[in-house]
Write a protein that binds this ligand. Structure first.
Ligand SMILES: [Zn+2]
Length: 343
């Protein structure tokens, strides 16, 4: 991108009231059949419009066609039983009822490719598409078949690669893998997690990103953050290996978090999506607060590699609040862009 400090979001945006209950994760659809298909497309168009109104540079679908960022992908795969659910501990943090892997996993048909084509038709702006990362996928499942987290992750990496290649062909400019699990299972990340991610992006020519955050603003995550102490140094465990990886962009939580921003020096050379919007509070940031976070990040990230972004997805927020936060993001980025251009 030639534009300095291009803005984007980590992914999800609130859904309209008529499609699914707002401010709720895993909220069931309110429509069915053809009405649901058409309702999802309308919601996607609306999410695009909201981003455009706020002046976001790299736009997305706002994840309007997905009930959840991980399970909606898994739902479309063979080998996973969604009826026979098990309760597992997600990221060692909270219990959730999840599907079970009962046989070899494979992708029967494209999952999000039609949605991506639909978005591509509606804008000439760069588009970013999010997929769940292999490690976060295995953490959101019960495995009764492979009996090995690593083996299952490699299988998912192959499937994700098939999907990613088709998304690229559909005109997606940046494919992002969401890996909040990278912030928890450090040994696995370094042993095979990053390698699996590289398998997932094999042969792609578009840009690739990995999003690593401290989660949505739900109670379980807020409680977990309270146990992390005064400095959050989780990124330090995985940055050296990520810096060496083929991933182009790293998307991080920076605003209102206790991540020491000097850790960003460990990924020098990578493009960084700097989270400058807190998704765990209803308080809308001022443009100056956003600018302040970006200025701090600029000490460790080269200006041409800094992408102002949100800390995480905004699905659980009320729509007017999410919209206010998008506007704050672009206004804050504009302040810093001007400062850089004056230099
Ligand atoms: Zn996130």
């Amino acid at each position: 991108m030639t534009l300095l400090l291009p803005t984007s979001t980590a992914g999800s945006l609130p859904k309209p009231l008529w499609l699914a209950q707002p401010q709720t994760l895993w909220s069931p659809w309110k429509l069915q059949g053809d009405e649901l298909v058409s309702g999802k497309q309308d919601a996607l168009s609306l999410a695009l419009q909201q981003q455009q109104q706020a002046g976001i540079d790299i736009v997305s679908d706002g994840e309007q066609t997905r009930q959840h960022f991980v399970t909606s992908f898994i739902e479309h795969l063979n080998g996973v039983d969604f009826v026979n659910r098990k309760t597992v501990r997600i990221r060692n943090r909270y219990d959730a009822s999840v599907p079970t892997v009962v046989g070899p996993v494979s992708r029967q048909q494209p999952v999000f490719v039609a949605d991506a084509k639909f978005l591509r038709q509606q804008t000439t702006q760069p588009i970013k598409w999010a997929l769940p990362g292999p490690m976060t996928m295995i953490d959101t499942l019960h495995d009764d078949y492979y009996k090995s987290r690593e083996k299952l992750a490699w299988e998912f990496a192959k499937i994700l690669n098939e999907e990613a290649k088709e998304l690229e062909a559909a005109g997606v400019d940046i494919i992002q893998f969401d890996e909040p699990a990278f912030n928890v299972f450090f040994d696995d990340v370094n042993d095979w997690g990053i390698a699996c991610l590289e398998r997932a992006i094999e042969g792609l020519n578009c840009e690739t990103a990995v999003h690593i955050c401290y989660g949505y603003g739900i109670q379980a995550n807020t409680d977990w953050k309270k146990t992390l102490g005064s400095e959050w140094r989780q990124y330090e465990q995985i940055f050296p290996k990520l810096q060496q990886s083929n991933i182009d962009i790293i998307s991080l939580e920076c605003h209102n978090s206790r991540v020491p921003l000097e850790l960003l020096a460990l990924i020098r050379g990578k493009k960084v999506m700097v989270g400058a919007i807190d998704v765990a509070t209803d308080t809308i940031e001022t443009a100056e607060q956003v600018a302040d976070t970006l200025r701090k990040a600029l000490q460790y990230v080269d200006a041409d590699k800094l992408y102002p972004c949100t800390n995480c997805g905004m699905a659980p927020l009320a729509r007017p609040i999410a919209q206010g936060k998008l506007q704050a993001l672009t206004a804050g980025a504009a302040i810093v862009r001007q400062e850089l251009q004056r230099r």
